[in-house]
Design a binder for this molecule. Structure first.
Ligand code: FAD
Length: 486
C-alpha cells in the first residue's frame, strides 16, 4: 500500500520502501535529502541516494542484505552530530537512519546494566534512571541529542571520561548487523576474559565501517554521593596548563578537568549561557570532584593549593546545583557558541601527553598567527584531549582551505609530541590523510585488512577512516573535487 505513494521509477527506492513497509519511512526527493548531505562536519557535502528509517533489527538486516545483493553503497546514521564526517555519503549511499529505533529496552539495577536501541539519545538514559540513584557515565557535550549507537561507533568521550573512561569502558554487549545482513550478538556477560577475539572492542569505535549496531547493553553506575565544582581563572595560559599537569601528578583524579582559553571565553560569554567569566582572563579551568562526601573538601583544598602555586587569579566554588548546572551548560554549549563570534568554525580533536600542554598550546597560537585565523581552545585538559576550534568565514574565497590546513597543522603538532590525531570525534573523512601522522603504510594495511574481512564488498561506509595507500596528499584534493558534484 505504502509503495503506491512512492513517486519514482527507481526500482531500488521502491524495493527499499517495501522493506520498511511505509512511504513515511523513506526519503528520496532531492529537497528531503538536503539535511542528510553532511553531519556536524559541514565542510564537505554529498547527496545520499535515499534515507530509510527501519523500526527493528530485522528491517535493518533486510535493508543491508538488499543493498549488499544489489551492490548499493550504504551507511548508518544516528543523530548526525558526528564531527569528522563519518555519516557523510561519499558514494551516493543509502543512509540507514536508526532514529526510529529509540527505545530503552531494559534496566537491570541489580546487575547495573541497561539495554537500549541504537537511536536512544545518550542523556535520556541518565534522565530515566537518576531518580533511582544511577547514571550512564559517558557524557559527550552533545549528549542531549546524540545517540548511543553513534557513541558506540565513535567510541565517544566526554568531560567526565577522565575518571570514568570512554564509551568502550561501558559497553557490555552489542547486537550487530554485518555488511551481508547477518545478525550477530557480542557479549562479555561480565566475564573478564572472553574466549576468542575481542570483537566487542573491535566494533566499538569502528566508525560504522564493520557493521550496524542495532542493540546495546551498557554499564550503569551508582550516582556519586557528593560533587563539588570550581572555576579557576589564570592570567597566563601556561599557568593554567601547568596546574592541570600538577593536579594529576599530585595523584588527584578529578571527575572532570576542562579548560577554555580567552577566545573561547569570549564566545561562551557572548552566547546563550553566559556565567560571568572575566573576559580579560587568559584561561579558565572547570574542575569537578566527586565521590563520598567525606573526601570531597580535602580534594578541593589540594586542587586549590596547586592552583595557588600556579598564580591563579581567582577561584569560584559552585554554591549550589543550579550554579554548577549553569557552568556546565556554558562549557557544554561551547562549540555552538563559536557562532556568536565567527560565521564558521572547524573543530579539531588531537590528544597529547598532558605534560606537553604548554608547548602544544603555544604551537597552536603560532599556527593561528601563520594562518591569519583565530583559534579558540575548549578541551578536556585532564586527559590531554585538545579541541582547537579554527574560526573562519566560508564566504571568503580560500578561507575554508586555510582553515582545513590550520586544523591539520594542529594535529601534526599533537603527533609531533607523541600524541595522536583523534581522542573522541573519530577520523571519518576529515582526518583520513592525517592517519599518516601516526601510522605507516604497513600499519594502515593491517587495519584495512580487518575491514575487508567484515566488509569484503566495501559497500558499508566506504572511503572513511583510512587513506588510500600510496595516495598521501591527493586525498584532500579528491574530496574537494567530489564536493563540486553534489
Ligand atoms: C556540539 C557538539 C559537541 C560534541 N561533543 C562531543 C564530546 O564531548 N565527545 C565526543 O566524543 N563527541 C562529541 N561530539 C561528536 C558527536 O556528538 C559524537 O561523535 C557522537 O557519538 C555521534 O553520535 P550521532 O548519533 O550523532 O552519530 P552520527 O553523527 O549520526 O554518526 C557518527 C558515525 O557513527 C556511525 N553510526 C551511527 N549510528 C550507528 C550504528 N547504529 N551502528 C554503526 N554505526 C553507526 C555513522 O555511520 C558515522 O560514521 C560533539 C558534537 C557536537 C555537534
Amino acid at each position: 500500500m505504502a509503495v503506491k505513494k512512492i513517486k519514482t521509477k527507481d526500482k531500488h527506492i521502491k524495493n527499499l520502501a517495501t522493506i520498511v513497509g511505509d512511504a513515511s519511512s523513506i526519503l528520496y526527493q532531492k529537497v528531503d535529502l538536503l539535511a542528510y548531505e553532511c553531519d556536524g562536519f559541514t565542510v564537505y557535502k554529498h547527496s545520499p541516494k535515499a534515507v530509510v528509517f527501519p523500526k527493528n533489527t530485522n528491517e535493518v538486516s533486510a535493508l543491508v542484505k538488499y543493498c549488499s545483493d544489489n551492490q548499493l553503497p550504504f551507511l548508518a546514521r544516528g543523530a548526525g552530530t558526528g564531527l569528522s564526517g563519518g555519516a557523510i555519503p561519499l558514494n551516493n549511499e543509502v543512509i540507514i537512519s536508526l532514529v526510529k529505533m529509540k527505545k530503552l529496552l531494559n534496566v537491570d539495577l541489580e546487575n547495573r546494566l541497561a539495554v537500549v536501541q541504537p537511536g536512544y539519545v545518550n542523556l535520556k538514559l541518565t534522565n530515566s534512571i537518576s531518580d533511582k540513584g544511577y547514571y550512564y557515565a559517558p557524557d559527550p557535550s552533545s549528549q542531549s541529542c546524540c545517540t548511543i549507537g553513534g557513541n558506540v561507533a565513535e567510541n565517544a568521550g566526554g568531560a567526565h571520561c577522565l575518571k570514568y573512561g570512554v564509551t568502550t569502558n561501558h559497553i557490555l554487549g552489542l547486537e550487530v548487523v554485518l555488511p551481508n545482513g547477518d545478525i550477530i550478538e557480542l557479549s562479555e556477560n561480565g566475564i573478564l576474559d572472553v574466549p576468542g577475539y575481542d570483537l566487542l572492542g573491535l566494533l566499538t569505535g569502528s566508525e560504522g565501517t564493520l557493521g550496524i549496531v542495532t542493540k546495546i547493553t551498557v554499564r550503569i553506575l551508582k550516582s556519586p554521593e557528593s560533587k563539588q565544582t570550581v572555576l579557576a581563572y589564570f592570567d597566563r595560559v601556561d599557568d593554567g596548563s601547568q596546574a592541570v599537569s600538577d593536579i594529576i601528578s599530585a595523584g588527584i583524579v578529578p571527575a572532570a578537568l576542562e579548560m577554555m582559553d580567552k577566545t573561547a571565553i569570549e564566545a561562551v560569554e557572548s552566547a546563550a549561557f553566559p556565567v560571568g567569566h572575566p573576559r580579560d582572563i587568559a584561561a579558565v579551568l572547570l574542575i569537578e570532584v566527586d565521590g563520598i562526601a567525606a573526601g570531597i573538601d580535602e580534594q578541593i583544598n589540594q586542587i586549590l593549593e596547586v592552583c595557588k602555586k600556579r598564580n591563579v587569579r581567582e577561584v569560584r566554588e559552585a554554591k549550589d546545583e543550579q550554579e554548577r548546572a549553569s557552568w556546565w551548560a556554558n562549557r557544554k554549549t561551547g562549540f555552538g557558541a563559536m557562532g556568536a563570534i565567527s560565521p564558521d568554525y572547524l573543530v579539531q580533536d588531537g590528544v597529547i601527553p598532558r605534560s606537553k600542554l604548554p608547548e602544544v598550546l603555544k604551537r597552536i597560537e603560532q599556527i593561528s598567527q601563520e594562518s591569519g585565523l583565530r583559534i579558540a581552545n575548549i578541551f578536556h585538559a585532564g586527559d590531554g584531549n585538545l579541541h582547537p576550534l579554527v574560526l573562519f568565514d566560508a564566504r571568503i574565497p580560500g578561507e575554508t582551505d586555510k582553515a582545513i590546513l590550520a586544523g591539520s597543522a594542529c594535529l601534526q603538532a599533537c603527533a609531533d609530541v607523541g600524541g595522536t590525531i583523534t581522542g573522541e570525534h573519530g577520523v571519518g573523512i576529515e582526518k583520513r590523510e592525517e592517519m599518516r601522522f601516526v601510522f605507516n603504510d604497513e600499519e594502515i594495511i593491517a587495519q584495512t585488512n580487518i575491514r575487508e574481512v567484515f566488509n569484503p564488498k566495501n559497500l558499508l561506509n566506504a572511503g572513511k577512516l583510512f587513506p588510500t595507500p600510496g595516495r598521501c596528499g591527493e586525498i584532500k584534493q579528491v574530496m574537494k573535487e567530489a564536493t563540486t558534484v553534489s
